[in-house]
Design a protein around this ligand. Sequence first.
Ligand code: ZN
Length: 245
Amino acid sequence: MSLSPSELERYNRQILISNLGLGGQRELRASKVVVAGIGGLGCLSSLYLTAAGIGKIILVDKGKFKQSDLNRQILCWQRDIGRFKADVAKEKLVALNPEIQVEALVAEITKDGVHDVIGDADVVVDGLDNWRTRFVLNDYCVMQDIPFVHAGVSALHGQMITIIPGKGPCLRCIFPKEPPEVEKIPVLGATPALLAALQVIDVIKLITGLGIPLVGRMLFLNGKEMEFETVEMKRSAKCPICSNL
Ligand SMILES: [Zn+2]
């Protein structure tokens, strides 16, 4: 896929990254990424994926912005309260980068409907706040051989892992029992911002082949102590989803 003179200028600083280059930028332009959930994580990851020139970004969220989202869901401004998150996010992202395609899907991700939402995406980015839907995405991505970049946050803590089916553990290997759901997760806005930025770094690496993605290792952020730790995570022979790969 060729890049216009305007795109060459727009992405100049990242084309300069060794081992990314023009070839990597073309791969980003030809790629399709789904951002599942436009909350604290998804607002920021979609912003940086847009700025980086992912060719097609699909934003999925069934909800509308509320006043209490403003501390962290940075694509939501005061005037956007009450509007669908996916629609608002699309408007802002297109204004930032009109040279890519952004699609807004006001939809819930369910086991029966996940194929219609994710389809043949190159990468799926976790921007969710509940485990039920994360496992739906995990299971679908493993079965379709789509990389899935998970992150989750609470207060000043966060975690992240990249799942490449068959190459490292999936979420069911790591969490044989689904963790309990929390109705209102406490969050300092900068925590999902940080985790989402890390997710975008891995998405770009997965698409361009740059560097080593966070596969088989989970990154934990403890913002209170300002500590980052990566812990090795292994595949489970008993995993109901990926043990046969
Ligand atoms: Zn597994």
